[in-house]
Write a protein that binds this ligand. Structure first.
Ligand SMILES: *Cc1c(COP(=O)(O)O)cnc(C)c1O
Length: 383
């Protein structure tokens, strides 16, 4: 018997729900990765990713692996042992970025902020000029805390010191504007299972000219799989074999990219903002409060404080078992103190907000809290 997944509404930090079109694309018969009828699909995917990243970078491609593989591809190509790098750390993914760079032999300077707070661009600028800095790495949308970072001032600090700037756009791609070229960001990576609503397994990456020049100057080799010079073979005009492209996942990503284009990137970004606002409007009537003020918050992920007297694990188990809804728990210092609601891609819709609020109300009532579900839903719906 084939596996039959239960019906679960994915409103956690990813994966997000996929559309029927994306799922059926993934089930289509395979083609060879060099087949002339497959290659135009790859062109469409790469062009779609360029427009979402806001770049004309030729080397923009869906690398095999999840978002973390994209992060490691950045580290593998752009960092050499002994390089001084500055990483913003105000959540789990900034920590991961710093750890990945340390393992590549970098001297990592962490610029920290409390989980749930924004990074101070002034502290980043100070860290950049305190020594010869090769690279600055910052997470655009911290999925572990729900904090959105204003990248421009940090990019400016990196550029004026001659350092490369790399952005983690795993959660922000197709949900927030990303303007690599306008901001001067040298390289970025993303994932497919957040606001793109494709299955996990590919990591969109983009390398700009300064990043590629840095690779040319290396004294030490890049791991074979991630080497941008070899990736250019398949993902550049030659379409020469480097590794077997994950065909089925590319079918699915292609369908997801087409959906973004049909909706329009601006409309999709606006939809993420609108549903996040609806969720926030519904919280007070349930006695709930968001951790991050709206001006610093990510629209695709809202971190909500767990009320005093409510056991976070029991609350989430009730949502999953009774309502078939998955939300995320808190990570690191926020474990047990918050839960995380993702409204990403195909999942970012008002009916899902209303379903989630009603389920939160029921789970809170089961935990003995006073809630007004009808008032919450009315507020979320707006006028
Ligand atoms: C999900 C996520 C990652 C890690 O991606 P995986 O696909 O789990 O490897 C990295 N950074 C951010 C901001 C993320 O949200």
């Amino acid at each position: 018997m084939p596996f039959q997944p239960p019906d679960v509404l994915l409103l956690g930090p990813g994966p997000s729900p996929t559309s029927a079109a994306v799922r059926s694309a993934q089930a289509l018969p395979l083609l060879g990765h060099l087949d002339p009828s497959f290659l135009p699909l790859l062109d469409t995917v790469q062009q779609g990713l360029r427009s979402m990243f806001g770049t004309t970078n030729q080397l923009t491609l869906p690398l095999a692996g999840t978002g973390t593989a994209g992060m490691e591809a950045m580290v593998a190509n752009l960092i050499e042992p002994g390089d001084r790098v500055v990483i913003g750390v105000h959540g789990v993914f900034g920590q991961r970025f710093a750890e990945s760079a340390r393992r590549a032999g970098a001297e990592v300077v962490e610029v920290r902020a409390e989980f749930g707070r924004s990074l101070d661009p002034e502290l980043v600028a100070q860290a950049v000029v305190a020594g010869p800095t090769r690279l600055v790495g910052v997470v655009h949308a911290e999925t572990s805390t729900g904090v959105r970072t204003e990248l421009l001032p940090m990019v400016a600090a990196a550029r004026s010191a001659g350092a490369l700037f790399v952005a983690d756009c795993v959660t922000s791609l197709a949900g927030l504007p990303i303007e690599l070229d306008r901001l001067g960001i040298d390289a970025a990576f993303s994932g497919t299972q957040k606001c793109l609503s494709a299955p996990p397994g590919l990591t969109p990456v983009s390398f700009g000219p300064r990043a590629l020049a840095r690779v040319q100057q290396r004294r030490t080799p890049v791991p074979f799989y991630f080497d941008t010079r070899l990736l250019t073979g398949y993902f550049g005009p030659d379409r020469a074999y480097h590794y077997t492209a994950p065909i089925s996942m590319l079918y699915a990503l292609h369908a997801a990219v087409e959906e973004v284009q049909q909706e329009g990137l601006a409309a999709r970004i606006e939809r993420h903002a609108a549903v996040a606002a609806a969720l926030r409007r519904g919280l007070p009537a349930l006695g709930l409060e968001a951790l991050v003020p709206p001006e610093h918050a990510t629209p695709m992920l809202t971190t909500i404080r767990c009320p005093a007297g409510v056991d976070d694990r029991a609350f989430r188990a009730h949502l999953r078992q009774v309502h078939g809804i998955e939300v995320g728990g808190g990570l690191g210092p926020l474990a047990g103190r918050v839960f995380r609601v993702g409204l990403m891609g195909h999942g970012a819709r008002l009916p899902n907000v209303l379903r989630a609020l009603a389920a939160f109300g029921d789970a809170l009532a089961a935990a003995g809290q006073r809630v007004d579900v009808a008032a919450s839903l009315t507020a979320a719906r707006g006028s």
